[in-house]
Design a protein around this ligand. Structure first.
Ligand code: PA5
Length: 431
């Protein structure tokens, strides 16, 4: 992964970087020395201490068993216990996975416990009546309402369908090592369990069993994912130079643009597979940096689709936006525009381009237009969508998010604000 420089030069000078340099390097020191706020949540930084080969082997072998048994894998969880797995799976899987019925090697991955929609759970139960399935329930606290409700309903369904003994074999719980209702239940029922370490918060947990088990069940290579993350960690840890450490640079650019009055950062993709990576990124940056009256509002668009909707606002609306673009250089497949003798639609001039090349021209054209329109652009370029590149990107975002937060003087690892709605909801429900 690399940051392409030319698009940002018009908006950020050497002097701007000098102005934030101290705060960024101070953030880096706090992170690396482990003496900043929330320093009991730095387990992701040296993840390899807790994710060893033995654990990976165990996850891979559990995933193999599930892949043989289940046509559908229901992953129950919300927020950090949901978005990471979905982001990676959707980035890597076939866009029409949901229509591939015949000769499937991997179960359909479906998600529950991430909504209180009654119709969603009812319609899921209808589907599960007729399909073999297994469950994965993920909750670090073990007490979050949405997944707890979904698990209670689905556990009952599974037990009615297969009997209690077989149902037990079809459930894996991923939770705290000792506390929470889910841990109690898992102990009592004897479910296979994976631990979420105390020092890893939900939004930093995709490279732990929280993300790795569903990703492996979906058929992707979790070793390569971790290899990518580790590779990125080697580039970032130990490099205290903003000009060559891409995560420090990204954090610096974000904070400079924020100081210059930009309030909204839009993560832009040009591939529909990346829609959930944006959802994951929004949680990571929103929950980590949006506090104490500070922080950029993280938003996202999927182009070129959204150029036909949000494009107008970004080009000409309030000048409080900058964009971070994920540019994936190569497509997995090649589709050319056929040559047509009559050329009624006037598309013969595109005959020599692949769709991916046209997509990149759309991206370059948009980039130029937005720069002209006063919207700074940070371009993150990756070679292709595979496990290694996604692993790199994830670790890059973890690192830069922590630095951005520390440089702003906040604790990037807590989320006191999410309790407010829960208090009201519990009161209204008479808990
Ligand atoms: O990042 C976070 O901390 C949150 O998004 C949590 O992951 C989310 O609220 C789910 O919590 P839990 O895993 O305890 O059910």
């Amino acid at each position: 992964m690399e940051i392409k420089e030319s698009s940002i030069e018009k908006f950020i000078s050497e002097n701007d970087i000098k102005e934030v340099e101290n705060s960024i390097l101070n953030g880096y020191d706090q992170l690396i020395n482990g003496n900043g706020k929330g320093n009991d949540f730095l387990g992701w930084l040296h993840l390899w201490d807790s994710i060893d080969e033995k654990l990976i082997e165990d996850i891979v072998s559990q995933a193999e068993k599930i892949r043989k048994k289940a046509k559908v894998y229901v992953v129950i969880g919300i927020g950090g216990s949901y978005l990471g797995a979905r982001a990676v799976i959707e980035a890597l899987q076939n866009n029409f996975n949901f229509l591939q019925q015949k000769e499937r090697l991997s179960p359909f991955i479906v998600y529950a416990g991430n909504t209180l929609s009654e119709d969603y759970i009812s319609e899921l139960l209808d589907i599960l009546n007729n399909m073999d399935y297994c469950l994965c329930v993920i909750s670090k606290s073990g007490t979050t309402t949405e997944p707890a409700i979904a698990f209670r309903i689905l556990k009952e369904h599974l037990e009615n369908k297969y009997g209690e003994k077989e149902a037990k074999e079809r459930i894996i719980a991923i939770t705290d090592k000792q506390k929470g209702a889910l841990k109690l239940l898992a102990n009592e029922k004897g479910y296979k369990t994976y631990i979420i370490e105390d020092n890893i918060g939900g939004r930093f947990s995709v490279l732990t069993p929280v993300g790795l088990l569903p990703i492996a069940v979906a058929g992707f290579d979790i070793r390569k994912l971790i290899f990518g993350a580790r590779k990125m960690s080697k580039q970032l840890i130990g490099n205290r130079d903003i000009s060559s450490n891409c995560a420090l640079k990204y954090a610096a650019y974000r904070n400079i643009l924020n100081n210059k009055g930009k309030e909204i950062e839009i993560l832009v993709n040009y591939l529909p597979n990346l829609t959930f990576l944006s959802e994951w990124w929004k949680q990571l940056f929103g929950e980590s940096c949006g506090k104490e009256g500070k922080g950029l509002f993280p938003a996202s668009v999927s182009n070129t689709t959204d150029l036909h909707s949000m494009g107008q606002y970004i080009q000409e609306g309030k000048r409080i936006i900058f964009e971070t673009i994920i540019s994936v250089e190569n497509a997995k497949n090649k589709v050319n525009i056929p040559y047509d003798e009559r050329d009624i639609d006037g598309l013969n001039y595109l005959h020599h381009f692949s769709i991916n090349q046209i997509n990149h021209k759309a991206m370059q054209g948009t980039l130029m237009a937005h720069i002209d329109g006063g919207v700074p652009q940070i371009v993150l370029s990756i070679e292709k969508l595979d496990e290694e590149n996604i692993g790199e990107l994830i670790y890059f975002f973890f690192f830069s998010c922590a630095i951005s937060g520390y440089a702003m003087g906040i604790n990037p690892f807590d989320q006191p604000g999410v309790e407010a709605y829960k208090k009201n909801m519990f009161h209204l429900l008479g808990k």
